[in-house]
Design a protein around this ligand. Structure first.
Ligand code: A3P
Length: 263
């Protein structure tokens, strides 16, 4: 996720919680000053998805170029190496949301099944192999989360968050986010943000739940599906879990990057 420094934000990778963080940011910046946004502008227009191009419906780059707000909040799922270099040159604030690989795989599987913008999902067992092999639209999850993590070493204006922490203590994670962004929201605004971004509230909020987009089929799965840590246990077989863990140890060698598969 990019917050422009002049000031734009950036949340980043499918099924990690980018919509959640986009909504948190939108409320923090504009929840009090522009309350009409909450009932009239869907989240995908308030925080455009930079690389998404669906002719006649959504052209992310144009929406981002024409955002009237300051800062501009812009979403991407790009791996770090694909981010246009001007974002780095302009020292944009960047917020990366990471989620444990097992839940990411499950969430992504359901998302790909219900949206016509993604390739055919195939069976769960094929999908499982495809995920492990990194043959995903945005490349390998392992590389995605690791390379963004490394980027922090050379680009201090990057705040790396974990979906699991956000689930465990939303208030605390919002406080950290505010400190990164240099925001000091009133107690009233903080309360409004924390309650407004709870899963059930967002699931029932037509401006946040994507129920009005033509390329998602909610009969297959809602976009706001479960919003939990550990749903992988309902999908992985024992053998798949062992295979994932063995493969994970080989790929994820950096001891400073730790994911929680349960909380
Ligand atoms: P699940 O499929 O596990 O339910 P993204 O926006 O990056 O594509 O991520 C989508 C995932 O974030 C979905 O996960 C969705 O339910 C979850 N999500 C969105 N808003 C949330 C919220 N307010 N609380 C918890 N999870 C949320």
């Amino acid at each position: 996720m990019f917050v422009e420094v002049r000031s734009s934000c950036f949340p980043v990778c499918h099924s990690l919680g980018t919509t959640w963080v986009s909504y948190i940011l939108d409320l923090l910046y504009f929840g009090q000053t522009s309350p009409e946004r909450q009932t009239s502008i869907p989240i995908y227009e308030r925080v455009p998805f930079m690389e998404l191009f669906i002719p006649g419906f959504f052209e992310g780059k144009d929406l981002a170029d024409n955002l009237p707000t300051t800062p501009r909040l812009i979403k991407t799922h790009f791996p770090v190496q694909f981010v246009p270099k001007t974002f780095w040159e302009q020292n944009c604030r960047v917020i990366y949301v990471a989620r444990n690989g097992k839940d990411n795989m499950v969430s992504y599987f359901h998302f790909e099944s219900m949206t016509s913008t993604q390739p055919e999902t195939g069976t769960w067992s094929n999908y499982f192999q495809r995920f492990i092999q990194g043959k995903m639209v945005y490349g390998s999850w392992y590389d995605h989360v690791s390379n963004w993590w490394k980027k922090k070493e050379t680009y201090p204006n990057l705040h790396y968050m974990f979906y699991e922490d956000l689930i465990e203590d939303t208030q605390q994670e919002i406080d950290k986010l505010c400190s990164f962004l240099g925001l000091s929201p009133s107690a009233e605004l903080k309360e409004m943000v924390v309650s407004g971004v709870q899963f059930d509230k967002m699931k029932n909020n037509q401006m946040a739940n994507y129920s009005n987009v033509p390329f998602m089929d909610f009969n297959i799965s809602p976009f706001m599906r479960k919003g939990k840590v550990g749903d992988w246990k309902n999908h992985f077989t024992v053998a798949q879990n062992e295979e994932f863990d063995d493969d994970y140890k080989k790929k994820m060698k950096d001891p400073t990057l730790q994911f929680r598969n349960e909380i």
